[in-house]
Design a protein around this ligand. Sequence first.
Ligand SMILES: Cc1cc2nc3c(=O)[nH]c(=O)nc-3n(C[C@H](O)[C@H](O)[C@H](O)COP(=O)(O)OP(=O)(O)OC[C@H]3O[C@@H](n4cnc5c(N)ncnc54)[C@H](O)[C@@H]3O)c2cc1C
Length: 412
Amino acid sequence: MTTQAVIIGGSHAGVQLCASLRQNGWTGQILMISDEPGLPYHRPPLSKGYLSGQAARTDLLIRSSDFYEKQRIDRSFAQVKEIDRQSHRIILADGREVVYDKLALCLGARPRPLVVPGADLAGVHYLRTTSDIEAIKDELAGVVHVVIVGAGYIGLELAASLRALGIAVTVLETADRVLQRVTAPQVSEFYARVHREEGVQIRTGIIITALEGSVEKNRVRGVRCADGELIEAGLVIVGIGVQPNVELAQAAGLVVDNGILIDAHGCTSDPDIVAAGDCANHFSSLYGRRIRLESVPNAIEHAKVAAATLCGKPGQISALPWFWSDQFDLKLQIAGLNAGHDKVVVRGNYQSGRSFSCFYFNNDRLIAADCVNRAQEFLLSKRLIAEKVLIDSEMLADERFSMESLLTTGQS
Ligand SMILES: Cc1cc2nc3c(=O)[nH]c(=O)nc-3n(C[C@H](O)[C@H](O)[C@H](O)COP(=O)(O)OP(=O)(O)OC[C@H]3O[C@@H](n4cnc5c(N)ncnc54)[C@H](O)[C@@H]3O)c2cc1C
């Protein structure tokens, strides 16, 4: 009798889980079920090269169709409605039932909705999937001005890609600076400046009270602000964060708290069920707390560890979190998490030019770094953070000081 691994969710975590199961010697059946049609694809280019026209649809595929055939991975386009842990069965929306021996939840996240009157008008979009981006692309023809709600990474990437298409863009942000939730004021100032230099209107401290539409077409025509101003928009794209897809796990009685809780080996509170990616929340031994991350490297790390666990070779989720964002000619690479920092040091000039690094410290230890067009400093930062090197932060601010020397002289 062969054992069956069922993976719910066919994206970055789900595909990596399938690949890693085979790499770890899983000989049983593998079934990946996803409620998105077509082959799994990379999401990051949707707001970047795919929107600006630099990447084609075929460039998006995570793996070619050959991979699934050669690795004997069955794929099913369906939505899972329920998990019956008692009988090891999952129930699909069309009523079919699938039996599993081991189950992987790679359910991802969905956009947080903007809750104001008019948010359901035609011409109001979110961005998570290829069908979202195709709908945006279809409607862009003839639109002269797009309003983006939210100045997080996705909002700013969208703004940069739309500028590359020659479209006028206004970004509206409730906080008093862009990227407020994730970066230091210096990094926010840098991104606001570059976006303005590139022709993006950045408006912070804006409270949106409604989206207003034209009566005859029921289509958005502007964004009403708390001070009464109406900002005209041919199209509105909302990027105000995501919420993890946890309802399936919660209904099945798994422990959920800002994501499906997993242990260091990727296991949920049920030993036959692992979870990975945006939907999962793990304990970081490096930061000493639970974290739920929304990034491709995290989805891949979770999936690799979870697959090894299902094959009886439990590893540890231990990689340093890292992220990236591409906007205009800026490659931002982020090492570590900056929450809890007590000091910020900048290396390079963020007030002019397009290259600098921002380092975040806690008790003289580097905990995170935002590196703009500085790949080498990003790589060195990853090592300095992981190795918990003690650093005189002011030295880092001096560009003549070699960061590399810290790796040989720093004390652990
Ligand atoms: C526009 C955009 C740009 C991004 N840019 C970056 C970037 O530059 N760098 C970076 O690291 N990350 C980026 N991200 C985030 C990154 O894409 C996510 O972290 C990553 O997709 C997480 O992968 P995942 O497999 O955990 O979840 P997801 O990619 O969300 O996939 C989950 C899948 O499960 C399916 N599913 C959910 N519930 C069910 C169910 N009940 N039945 C069947 N199927 C189900 C979903 O439809 C989906 O296909 C970006 C995301 C977006 C949207």
